[in-house]
Design a protein around this ligand. Sequence first.
Ligand code: PMP
Length: 389
Amino acid sequence: MKDRPLLMIPGPIEFDPEVILAMGRPATSHVAPGFIEQFGSALEMMREVWLATSGQPFIMSGSGTLAMDMAASNLVEEGDAVLVVSTGYFGERYAELLKRYGAVVTLLSSPPGEVPDVGEIEDELQRKKYKLLTFTHVDTSTAVKVNPEPIGRLGLKYETLIILDGVCSVAGEEIRQEAWGIDVVLTASQKAIGVPPGLALLVASQRAMETFLSRKTPVRNYYADWNNWLPVMESYEARKPYYFGTPAVSLISALCVSLSQILEEGMESRFRRHAAIGSAFRAACKGLALDQVPRSDTVAANTLSAPKYPEGISGAELLPQINKAGATLAGGLHPAIKDSYFRVGHMGAVTQGDLLATIGAIETGLLKCGYHFSAGAGINAAFKVLNSD
Ligand code: PMP
């Protein structure tokens, strides 16, 4: 018998065995030729995954919050106006983080489960000149997805740099950084990128790099300062070592394996697979008559879902039962609605089998908690979507 449940939270996720194997190899020197090649090719592959041919990739040791910090500290100077479009917990975090670097933040928030209207965002950009706009592509606290394309267009029209927090979306949801005019797309390793936690990843546009290079004041974050890291990235890409801080050699080797797998699958197929898995899971929720946090399918993410608990059943009862039945899931995160829903991650190396097993575990948990439903309704609904063509 397998001795562990499936890890179906919104990161860390189930990782591909080849990626885990790469982590387990003896650590090499960060200036060893083999490692220089891995680091260099990981940077090159990031451009392909991000669909940003002329972007500048950065790979740093840290979690997703460091990637947020890196973008903010390098692009913001004291007194800069920043518009934060927030769809939940991580938008609020970005607003707080930006203030530390002297940004004057305007917060445009939507109630949990909803996304701000593009017209509302444009009105705000018309009202005031903003240097920067940030938004969370998929807010992991609500499973709500914002459409980046029109926001990218607004960034070009109003000459505002656009930062996309893609921690829960990069390499899962469709993102075309360059074509959509997004200046920074940032993420972390532990989600759809498919590598254990520990890497902060980001690609910056030429426009963002020019803004950084024309700063008048020093970057206020010593560790994240691109003046320290740009020569590292440029050198490794030219297959030469350069030291500022010791790179996470084992994680970068694993990243190299994972990015190769992602590109082997192909970005278009990967977007399609995640879309199918997301809609299959939402269909399962409907089959089980579970409401969901996102207001509609159009604003629902494909990388994770947020079903609500049925009337009279709490997370404290249900989640341990689901865990016993084979899937570890996450509780709610948005402070306003935390106890009313749970979260299921379905991204990266996740298979149709993992998804169906997870829905099966949810059905078992619901049954144990005394919920009345037609057994198999969730699995059947998902199965139909997954095999519809
Ligand atoms: N932004 C989003 C959308 C996230 O989902 C997360 C992590 N769940 C973060 C930022 C922060 O990433 P980390 O926990 O790796 O610091």
